[in-house]
Design a binder for this molecule. Structure first.
Ligand SMILES: Cc1cc2nc3c(=O)[nH]c(=O)nc-3n(C[C@H](O)[C@H](O)[C@H](O)COP(=O)(O)OP(=O)(O)OC[C@H]3O[C@@H](n4cnc5c(N)ncnc54)[C@H](O)[C@@H]3O)c2cc1C
Length: 474
């Protein structure tokens, strides 16, 4: 599907891919180099509505040394490199808009060390968040960041991801302590330490977290871990309107209740979830809550929240204390994206992820709802509302350009509103190709100029995932 709003970002000139490079890669990596159409197609797309743009080759790396060798070979030939984690990004991050080599990191999926006493783990980048939690199962610890997809820790670092737990545990920004990174010239650097804090110079870790593969390839990640809470309970609560639900969240946050998860789901999204996950939730705007702590702490938090929801018109406050009921509920929430896609068979989704200061959330959500009511596209809304972050999934038929245009019109209005409210165009998905057009509006020319200078200093040949985040020309 051609994408009118981001035409210039998507249609970039491909660079030559010399036969000599392919030969050298094959010599060094044998059958771990693929030029098969299906493999290239798989690596030249993500979960965005954009059509794939294929890399010229895919190499499956198994070590930092492998990555270093691939990068050095590509650097000799000025060929782009696109790191590939699990392919779940949503903004066109992985499209090989200038061609090049996709480095697949999925075989680098080992836990290197777990330091239970320090509450840290060091892992290879291809391990997924679920694989990491599986490895932590017997330690009494867990890693809380949980995007809806089973993303890789490297990809999550590269997009500065978050998820339903971010309101309590933060995003990848707060939870990555140290990295090993292969730079565009093949140097390998370590950023950060396992210490909880440091004032030692520029914070390079946080520069690479969120850099979307444009500054280097992450080959090791040290993350923070947390003790499994002594008690957990979850609840759902129905509301007469979206505004009421969001006001209940704002009061909860402003009162400092240390809630672990609070997710908003609108009526259409509840319908989709009920159908997809075989649930019988009331079809009205809803909040999903989870509380972590001691038995007494959880009870106290839940009572406070129940009072707040009641004052905001909340009804049917329903508890899920048994682990199997809780996981049924949260699995349903995690599958909401796929449930929503089933509302319109064959559709693809343009998904927004604006994030605003919590005090402005209610007005942003209510105004957005008005916009959506005036549109003919089905647009269910879900959101990590405790962070001020919400998603509208605009379901469109890829064969109908007018539907894409309508989705982009709505998207622009939502982003403009968020920026006016002091928020951001992307709370967690990242920029990729799709949000490039909003970067100057959000940051200003000078700040984007500083980003360009950093990119030029670290990657003067513009090899690392080129053509993403910001443009060099406009
Ligand atoms: C159903 C669904 C729900 C989602 N829910 C959420 C959510 O709640 N929160 C959220 O934040 N996101 C969410 N996402 C988006 C997505 O899961 C995240 O962006 C995730 O962090 C991407 O990880 P990945 O391993 O799939 O990375 P990929 O898609 O493979 O790559 C993403 C970007 O990171 C770069 N990259 C990957 N690995 C490395 C590396 N080792 N070094 C350097 N760069 C690298 C790539 O080049 C690319 O630019 C969702 C996606 C889907 C499909």
């Amino acid at each position: 599907m051609n994408h009118p709003a981001e035409h210039t970002a998507i249609q970039q000139a491909r660079r030559p891919f010399p036969a000599a490079l392919l030969e050298s890669l094959k010599e060094q990596f044998g059958d771990r180099v693929s030029t098969a159409q299906a493999v290239r197609e798989h690596h030249g797309r993500d979960e965005s509505p954009f059509d794939p743009q294929l890399p010229d080759a895919v190499v499956f790396a198994r070590s930092t040394e492998d990555v270093q060798a691939i990068v050095r070979l590509c650097a000799q030939h000025d060929v782009p490199i696109i790191p590939y984690g699990n392919g779940s990004s949503l903004e066109g991050h992985l499209l090989a808009v200038q061609g090049g080599v996709s480095i697949d990191l999925s075989e680098m999926n080992k836990v290197i060390s777990i330091n239970a006493e320090d509450l840290t783990a060091t892992v290879e980048p291809g391990i997924s968040r679920k694989q990491l939690n599986e490895a932590l199962k017997d330690t009494g610890l867990f890693f809380p960041i949980d995007p809806g997809a089973d993303a890789s820790i490297g990809g999550m670092s590269a997009t500065r991801a978050s998820g339903t737990n971010a309101v309590r545990y933060g995003s990848m920004r707060e939870n990555v302590l140290a990295l090993t990174v292969v730079l565009a010239d093949g140097r390998v650097i370590k950023t950060g330490t396992r210490a909880r804090k440091s004032s030692a110079g520029y914070d390079l870790t946080r520069l690479f977290v969120g850099s979307e593969g444009t500054l280097g390839v992450i080959t090791e990640v040290t993350v923070r871990l947390y003790p499994q809470p002594e008690a957990i309970s979850a609840a759902v609560c129905a509301f007469p309107s979206m505004g009421d639900a969001v006001r209940a969240v704002i009061e909860t946050i402003q009162m400092g209740v240390p809630i672990a998860r609070v997710e908003f789901v609108d009526t259409l999204a509840v319908r989709a979830i009920n159908r997809h996950s075989n649930l019988t939730l009331r079809e009205s705007p809803m909040l999903f809550f989870e509380f972590h702590g001691t038995e007494a702490g959880v009870k106290e938090q839940a009572q406070t929240v129940q009072d707040i929801t009641a004052q905001n018109g909340g009804t049917d406050f329903d508890w899920a204390t048994r682990p199997e009921d809780r996981s049924r509920l949260w699995n349903a929430r995690h599958n909401a994206y796929f449930a929503m896609l089933q509302l319109k068979p064959g559709c693809r989704a343009v998904t927004t992820d604006v994030c605003v200061p919590i005090s402005r959330l209610a007005e942003c959500v209510v105004e957005t709802e008005k916009d959506l009511l005036g549109s003919w596209l089905p647009c269910p809304i879900v959101g990590h509302v405790g962070d001020g972050n919400f998603h509208v999934a605009m379901l469109l038929d890829p064969a109908k350009p007018e539907e894409l245009e309508e989705a982009e019109r709505l998207n622009r209005r939502i982003v403009e509103r968020a920026l006016k409210a002091g928020g951001t165009c992307t709370g967690e998905h990242g920029v990729g190709l799709h949000k490039m057009g909003f970067m100057i509006d959000e940051h200003g020319e000078d700040a984007i100029g500083v980003m360009r200078s950093i990119k030029q200093a670290l990657d003067p040949k513009n090899m690392m995932n080129p053509g993403k985040i910001f443009s060099f020309t406009h």
